[in-house]
Design a protein around this ligand. Structure first.
Ligand SMILES: Nc1ncnc2c1ncn2[C@@H]1O[C@H](COP(=O)(O)OP(=O)(O)OP(=O)(O)O)[C@@H](O)[C@H]1O
Ligand SMILES: [Mg+2]
Length: 530
């Protein structure tokens, strides 16, 4: 690949803000410092199918799109698009290809924590198309890594490789890194669609070719990992994102062995001999992390299980957050419920006395309560202490399982519009409502909505005491702010209408007449033309 192609100007992807400044070549990588503020992808040949040959035809398309995105401002060398039209993407570029020997995709550290799927060979080939190879070469050239030493995991959606960076100090051991490369194979897309659809961060970009979609997931993972880090949730630090290739901190030892997945965790002889099941503290730890993820990061993992948690030294590390969704995603609570089930199933298999799914669900989504350790663990212990006492019989166990099953199959409305019969539901104690978090439980103060809520003040006062189901059924509705002005007193409505009318009349008085405005526009634009 000729260097002229690599150095060509970046193309702004169609879904991004056109006013973004162009970035010089060295900034093509999103680095961790400026990433959050940067909402745009800057990428060469965004519109190409993965692995496609760069021909003069699609260069023209890409150039035209770029021009359109820049509001029709054509660059000075418009006749010569910066990409090389006479070469193909898999032409070798001497300066980059010399790095080829530093990339080893197969093998890796055999034996220890290595996961492989059936089509290992095919998948590693698939993921290493020309584009990916060039990205890796550039990472080496720009000294983000020094080499790749084999796969840690080759899966359906992504391969993860172990890479190292040689430190400046020759005596120091190499710095371990992990590189996750998302696959662009068509098979994985259908499954993933549900996480991106409804995700407001990705609304405008949800349509597009495979590469673009894969880039969204990579970007999602990068951003989500940053949020987790910011919240203090143990996870790999995301270091660099380039297209569908994510460079991150390596969770493992100095020799390049990754920490085991939770399902493969082993405990010291000592902790196994203790009276407590060694899995229990990990269960408590995980529930705390799930609450923090929801409350602080505003995310639901959406694929949480013993496979996406690494374990080391009594500590859990959350990984694989590319499918995680915002807590206001239409299906967030549904995904959360599945996460809770998977986590509970695993720990039950490990012999832990787990809490009911519904109890954990409420604990995670309740806005009140602690967000940090040790208070988080204490709050969970409190849930154990206060749970209804059930005998330890097979019958009681079956009942618990039925309760869990009922909860898992309960319909979770996305909004109150989805609720079939809110009045009927309101007759039930609010504790039992799966959508109770959607109901207003606080009085809306006059400051928050000065105009409409002033007459609710007196009503509100009497309910201001309790926020957790302490009010009567009726109060649920009184306290909530109804839509429209149905609840407003007639006289007040009239007064409001009058005030609005007067305001509009005042505005009209100062308004520039249409004809005058037109004349003004015409004269200024004709002057500009001259
Ligand atoms: N930062 C890291 N450090 C060490 N090992 C990692 C890291 N990230 C991932 N891994 C290893 O790679 C495996 C797969 O990673 P991950 O779960 O992120 O990929 P994936 O999206 O699940 O891929 P697939 O679902 O296709 O298998 C993990 O189980 C873990 O063993
Ligand atoms: Mg995974």
């Amino acid at each position: 690949m000729p260097s002229s192609l690599l150095n060509s100007q970046p193309v702004v992807a169609p879904h991004e803000a056109p006013q973004q400044p162009e970035v010089p070549d060295q900034d093509i990588y999103h680095d961790t410092d400026d990433y959050e503020s940067e909402d745009a992808y800057y990428e060469l040949g965004d519109d190409l199918e993965d692995g496609a040959i760069l021909t003069s035809a699609n260069i023209t398309q890409s150039f035209n799109r770029e021009r359109q995105m820049q509001g029709g401002v054509v660059r000075s060398n418009a006749q010569k698009p910066t990409a090389n039209t006479s070469s193909q993407i898999n032409d070798t570029d001497a300066s980059l290809a010399r790095h080829a020997a530093k990339i080893k995709l197969d093998g890796g550290k055999e034996g220890k924590n290595r996961t492989k799927d059936k089509s290992d060979r095919a998948t590693s080939e698939l993921v290493m198309d020309d584009r990916t190879r060039v990205i890796l070469y550039k990472m080496i050239q720009q000294n983000h890594i020094s080499g790749i030493h084999g796969a840690i995991s080759t899966g359906k959606e992504a391969n993860v490789y172990n890479a190292t960076l040689e430190p400046e100090d020759d005596d120091a051991p190499p710095i371990q890194r992990a590189i996750k490369i998302y696959k662009t194979s068509i098979l994985v897309f259908k499954d993933r669609e549900k996480y991106v659809t409804g995700e407001h961060r990705f609304n405008s970009a949800s349509k597009g070719n495979n590469l673009r979609k894969v880039k969204q997931w990579a970007e999602k993972e990068f951003r989500n990992l940053k949020r987790l880090r910011a919240a203090g949730i143990p996870c790999p630090e995301p270091l660099l994102l380039k297209s569908h290739v994510l460079l991150m901190e390596f969770l493992g030892d100095k020799r390049g062995y990754a920490y085991p997945k939770l399902r493969e965790a082993t405990f010291s002889q000592e902790s196994q001999e203790g009276s407590e099941n060694p899995w229990r503290p990990l269960y408590i730890q995980l529930l705390g992390l799930m609450r923090k993820l929801y409350q602080v990061c505003k995310l639901v993992h959406a694929d949480l299980s013993e496979y996406n948690i690494l374990y080391h030294d009594n500590k859990l590390y959350i990984i694989d957050v590319s499918q995680s969704v915002e807590h206001d995603h239409p299906r967030a609570l549904e995904f959360l419920r599945i996460d809770i089930k998977n986590v509970g199933d695993f720990f039950r298999r490990m012999g832990v006395d787990t809490l009911q799914d519904r109890t954990i669900f409420d604990f995670i989504i309740s806005p009140e309560g602690p967000l940090d350790e040790p208070e988080l663990s204490q709050a969970i212990e409190h849930l154990y202490e206060t749970r209804p006492q059930v005998e330890d019989s097979a019958e009681a166990e079956a009942k618990r399982e039925i309760d869990n099953e009922v909860f898992r199959n309960q319909f979770i409305p996305r909004t109150l519009d989805d609720v079939y019969d809110i009045e009927r539901d309101s007759q039930q104690p609010q504790e039992g409502l799966i959508y109770k978090q959607m109901l207003a439980d606080k009085v809306v103060t006059p400051q928050a909505a000065p105009e409409e809520e002033s007459d609710d003040e007196s009503e509100g006062e009497s309910h201001s005491g309790g926020s957790n189901g302490s009010h009567s059924d009726e109060s649920i509705f009184k306290e909530g702010r109804s839509r429209g002005k149905k609840h407003v007193d007639k006289d007040e409505k009239a007064a409001h209408k009058k005030a609005v009318k007067e305001e509009n009349a005042a505005k009209r008085a100062n308004k520039l007449p249409k004809a005058k405005k037109k004349r003004l526009i015409a004269t200024t634009s004709s002057r500009r033309r001259k």
